[in-house]
Design a protein around this ligand. Structure first.
Ligand SMILES: C[S@@+](CC[C@H](N)C(=O)[O-])C[C@H]1O[C@@H](n2cnc3c(N)ncnc32)[C@H](O)[C@@H]1O
Ligand code: SF4
Length: 347
């Protein structure tokens, strides 16, 4: 108990904030609302995935209660992810309900990361609910390559989703996973396309999460230091201080005027300033994307209608948040560093 009290910090409103053992305030929660997806991206999932039975998945009401508990404890930014968040049945009920925290001022931002396939259907509603920015994952502008990477996806549908989101006034950041020999010749084109439409672009290094079938990680892994050096031969990249509360380092591209981000978990350790935790759709809280340690929040959530047990479970877990991850991909580490897929924690 002494230990617990050592890290308690009260905000001006008297609320007990979530502070980890390294003094980092936890203000950002990412929630995976489903493990299911309408795509099967080669770096994220195996083609034949088995998904969780419904009884294990938090209901929309339980997800709302859990998110709201974190908001009550100082979380200012909430990102819905998955699997594909927009394939969760009733997703707009959850979004509309959570948007009350935006109106009350307790939450600075409610956002989501999506593959874009359902955006044409939901963009206007998302915007009406107070969502201002979203991340759309898109690894190529080549329709055939898109099908190969996503296995099941259709590029046209995603591009129509991007159009709809922009028409609804949503700001978009495009996330692109850098895949060696697959999309590495396309970055200039993607950059010009994204910046030409007023969207930031962030490149992401592939992370060793989950068994993915035939494609080995070493074959996919492309260090972004190399990508940056190659882009710098063609564009002027100026380091800028822009921060989104995330792990990306940004440059301004002089020729396009747009921002380009690099997320480099393997070549650059971004853990020191980590302010986030992740919850899966079963209510499992992961304190670090790159570690296995987790806490079960579903049990306290279902055991009592009062939030006391839930808060206790959250407090105990935050005190175990590790300093950082230790991903490695090299010839001796071809196996996944962690058994769980990115679609479990949502990236
Ligand atoms: C797991 S997805 C969930 C949200 C949504 N389905 C989407 O694709 O945006 C979140 C992000 O994780 C990325 N991702 C998935 N597996 C990854 C891996 N092994 N390494 C790096 N990024 C990965 C995806 O490209 C996507 O940008
Ligand atoms: S990256 Fe997103 S869209 Fe692709 S399989 Fe994973 S969860 Fe689905």
């Amino acid at each position: 108990m002494d230990n617990v009290q050592a890290f308690e910090l009260y905000s001006e409103s008297g609320r007990r904030d979530l502070i980890d053992p390294f003094g980092r305030a936890i203000t950002y929660l990412r929630v995976s609302v489903t493990d299911r997806c309408d795509f099967r991206c080669v770096y994220c999932m195996a083609e034949n995935m088995s998904f969780l039975p419904k009884a294990e998945i938090l209901s929309l009401e339980e997800l709302d209660r859990m998110c709201s508990a974190f908001v009550a404890r100082g979380v200012r930014k909430l990102r819905l992810t998955g699997g594909e968040p927009l394939v969760r049945r009733g997703i707009m009920t959850l979004v509309n309900s959570l948007s009350r925290h935006l109106r009350s001022g307790e939450l600075d931002e409610l956002t989501l990361t999506t593959n874009g396939s359902q955006l044409a259907k939901y963009a206007a509603e998302l915007s009406a609910a107070g969502i201002r920015r979203i991340n759309v994952s898109l690894d190529t502008l080549d329709a055939e390559k898109f099908r190969t990477i996503t296995r099941w996806g259709a590029l046209d549908q995603v591009l129509a989703g991007v159009d709809a989101a922009q028409a609804a006034g949503l700001k978009i950041k495009i996330n692109t996973v850098a895949l060696k020999g697959v999309n590495d010749n396309e970055f200039p084109r993607l950059l010009e396309w994204a910046h030409g439409r007023g969207m930031d672009l962030t490149l992401i290094e592939v992370m060793p999460l989950g068994e993915i079938g035939e494609a080995g990680r070493l074959e996919q892994y492309l260090p972004l230091s190399m990508v940056r050096a190659r882009l710098a031969e063609r564009f002027s990249l100026d380091d800028i201080d822009y921060q989104t509360g995330g792990p990306a380092r940004y440059v301004r591209v002089a020729e396009t005027g747009g921002r380009l981000g690099f997320i480099t978990p393997l070549t650059h350790n971004f853990c020191e300033s980590c302010n986030r935790v992740r919850v899966t759709c079963t209510g499992t809280l992961y304190m670090c994307l790159g570690q296995d340690d987790a806490a079960d929040l579903r049990k306290p959530l279902r055991a009592s209608e009062a939030n006391g047990p839930l808060f206790t479970a959250i407090d105990e877990a935050i005190l175990r948040k590790p300093k950082g991850h230790d991903f490695i991909i090299d010839r001796r580490h071809r196996r996944p560093a962690l058994a769980r897929h990115m679609s479990v924690t949502g990236g």
